[in-house]
Design a protein around this ligand. Structure first.
Ligand code: DGL
Length: 271
């Protein structure tokens, strides 16, 4: 691996920033391209064949354009569907983001775990297989939330988060059974950690929210190695498939994550 690799971090929108920030903290010398397929957001409502085709084609374009050393699919909705296909099609390394069911079931004391994702992620065969393989006898409740990812996007664009929507969306995660209560919730959509304060305020009782971002950063380091002690800082840019220029509020949020919009981010080949 080159001393300062180019890492492409990809999501349907801005949720992957929660993964990007952990990887950037671990490899501050890398050159990052954060690509948001905002022209197709949200992925949660796409049919599987259409989304599969879309992601393979957009990733192919991005690989051609940026020639990354590693691609991180910072999206559960995409990873649970197309990760295997991407690895078949392209020879570079991919790191995916899939529901953190194994660590959640390993730490739950009440044995009641919920998985909060997009409607698509919780319906995937991939997710059901994770529960079968790693559920460790826990009762796992799958909860598909349609409104949370758009809410997180709006939040980064400066809009207030409506606590009632958050409370309604997460309510089915909280299960009481035979004197036990859900104690662990997997955040199976990379947008949801952007709403962590609102999620914490809306929970009817204390639970642990599992965010896989740090584990994904560790996996990246396993593949490309740690930062060299004398390495110079890298850079980070963002690519929107819509080519839309970010509003002032969004530009501020992106700057808080250390990202600068690319002037030439519109690329008709990717649309
Ligand atoms: N951030 C994405 C995920 O991790 C999905 C959001 C969406 O496009 O619906 O699943």
């Amino acid at each position: 691996m080159t001393q300062s690799p180019t890492i492409l971090v990809f999501d349907s929108g801005l949720g992957g920033l929660t993964v990007y920030r952990e990887i950037a903290a671990a490899r501050p010398d890398a050159s990052f391209v954060y690509a948001a397929d905002d022209a197709a957001f949200p992925y949660g409502g796409w049919t599987e064949p259409a989304l599969s085709e879309r992601v393979v084609s957009v990733i192919g374009g991005l690989i051609g354009q940026y020639e990354p050393d590693l691609v991180v699919i910072a999206c559960n909705t995409a990873s649970t569907l197309v990760l295997a296909e991407l690895r078949r099609r392209f020879s570079i390394a991919f790191v995916g983001t899939v529901p953190a069911i194994k660590p959640a079931c390993a730490v739950s004391r009440s044995r009641l775990v919920s998985v909060l994702g997009t409607e698509a992620t919780v319906a995937r065969e991939y997710t059901r297989t994770l529960i079968r393989d790693y559920g460790e006898g826990c009762a796992v409740t799958l909860v598909g939330a349609r409104r949370l990812a758009p809410l997180a996007e709006a939040h980064l664009r400066g809009q207030p988060v409506d606590p009632r929507i958050v409370a309604e969306e997460i309510a089915p995660c909280f299960v009481e059974h035979r004197g036990q209560r859900t104690d662990t919730i997997v955040l199976a959509c990379t947008h949801f950690p952007l709403l962590l304060d609102a999620l914490g305020a809306a929970r009817p009782w204390p639970v642990t929210f599992i965010d896989p971002a740090e584990a994904i950063a560790r996996r990246v380091i396993d593949l490309i190695g740690p930062v060299a002690p004398d390495a110079a800082p890298g850079g980070a840019q963002i690519h929107f498939t819509s080519g839309a220029a970010p509003s002032a509020a969004l530009a501020q949020s992106l700057a808080d994550f250390g990202l600068q919009p690319m002037p030439e981010s519109a690329d008709s080949a990717l649309l």
